[in-house]
Design a protein around this ligand. Structure first.
Ligand code: ADP
Length: 363
């Protein structure tokens, strides 16, 4: 709210205008139009002899009220002596003109009213801020308990669906078990994304590092994504050494790999292929996930790691997602002192490369 909104706009007592520093009138109230006529510039209504004082007032207007005496030309053509006040605002300079014949209390009362209006607005803002903080706390509590309460039953759904798939079931029943496992895995990924985003936003992301074999992590993530890959008829190959150890938070790395692999499968067409390559690059370990999927337009690459971002290629095909996974994955990589980058072309495919320092217990 600017002080010009509300009562000043309708005032009959004091002519008021929001004026640009060069004198252009940006907004005028009713009294100004009634007294002085509609005009484009403040200079048009100032008696020429008083021009410089009004120009100086306008140029020097600051955060507290200043005034000069000046003659203004009424719409009828005669001159009226006024006290002209100025106060700098975001939009320009708020100018008030009080005819000197009118009782001065009018303006004082108006300024008082203006002040109390601002005070009221400030109080209202403080109350709204308090309410927002309370809602924010409530949201965090809800998120923490909901994610925990949802994850526990999901983990057993996943486990039992996996076991069912291993039993000697008919092909139809096996397909159903696979669908349960696949869907439960997707919901679990979404919950982990939400929880991860909440931890990053509230600054509660803490790494629990240990010596971790990243190749074993890749194998674990591949196993978890396999049902989805079968369902979409996407084949996956792994390349690189049999072991590559780094000092990392294993759970976060698994979550990152899970995100990159689920995306590679989710955004692939039937019959697509995914290559996962792990290699040691000097002090770092790089894991590249390359797919032959739908790709991402080059002009969207910059926003790709932003929270809630979804590429047009995914939206056009109606593929669902939260847009949180990549933002989390990059935050996790950077928290380790590493990076996550993407190269992608629509219709050709995408390669996401996660680089993590090998680190050590002392790092
Ligand atoms: P989502 O839950 O939407 O998959 P992500 O944060 O993991 O969220 O990814 C953000 C967006 O980036 C996706 O919605 C999708 O548009 C795009 N994207 C991510 N990975 C790929 C990929 N491998 N191929 C094509 N598009 C991708």
């Amino acid at each position: 709210m600017t002080p010009f909104d509300g009562f000043l706009a309708d005032s009959d007592a004091v002519a008021a205008a929001m004026v640009a520093r060069d004198g252009t009138i940006l907004e005028a109230n009713r009294a100004l139009e009634r007294l002085l006529g509609s005009t484009a510039s403040i200079h048009e209504i100032v008696v020429p002899a008083h021009g410089p004082v009004v120009t100086d007032l306008l140029a020097e207007a600051g955060p507290s009220w200043h005034s000069v005496q000046a003659g203004l030309v009424r719409r009828s053509g005669d001159m009226v002596d006024c006290k002209v006040w100025a106060l700098a605002q975001d939009k320009g300079v708020l100018m008030l003109a009080e005819p000197l014949r009118a009782p001065g209390e009018k303006l004082n009362a108006l300024l008082l009213e203006l002040n109390s209006d601002l005070l009221g607005a400030r109080r209202e803002l403080a109350a709204k801020n308090r309410r927002l903080r309370e809602l924010d706390e409530l949201k965090s509590m809800f998120l923490a308990s909901a994610t925990h309460d949802l994850k526990t039953p999901l983990t057993s759904i996943l486990g039992f669906a996996e076991l069912l798939g291993e039993e000697g079931l008919s092909p139809e029943a096996r397909r159903m078990a696979l669908t349960i496992e696949n869907s439960a895995h997707r919901v679990l990924t979404m919950i982990n994304d939400l929880l991860g985003a909440a931890q990053i936003m509230t600054g509660e992301l803490r790494l629990e590092r240990s010596q971790t074999d990243l190749v074993a992590s890749v194998r674990g993530a591949l196993e978890a994504i396999q049902p989805a890959a079968w369902a979409s008829r996407v084949t996956i190959s792994r390349h690189g050494p049999d072991s590559a150890v780094a000092f990392v938070d294993e759970r976060r790395v698994l979550q990152t790999l899970d995100n990159l692999l689920s995306n590679a499968v989710k955004y692939s067409r039937h019959g697509g292929h995914v290559d996962v390559t792990c290699e040691v690059r000097g002090p770092n370990i790089a894991i590249a996930v390359e797919d032959t999927g739908i790709g991402i337009p080059i002009e969207e690459h910059q926003q790709l790691f932003g929270r809630y971002f979804r590429a047009s290629t995914a939206i056009e095909l109606g593929i669902v997602g939260t847009g949180l996974g990549l933002a989390n994955a990059r935050s996790f990589a950077e928290a380790h002192g590493g990076s996550l980058e993407c190269i992608s072309e629509p219709g050709v495919g995408s390669t996401f490369t996660l680089v993590l320092p090998q680190g050590s217990v002392d790092s």
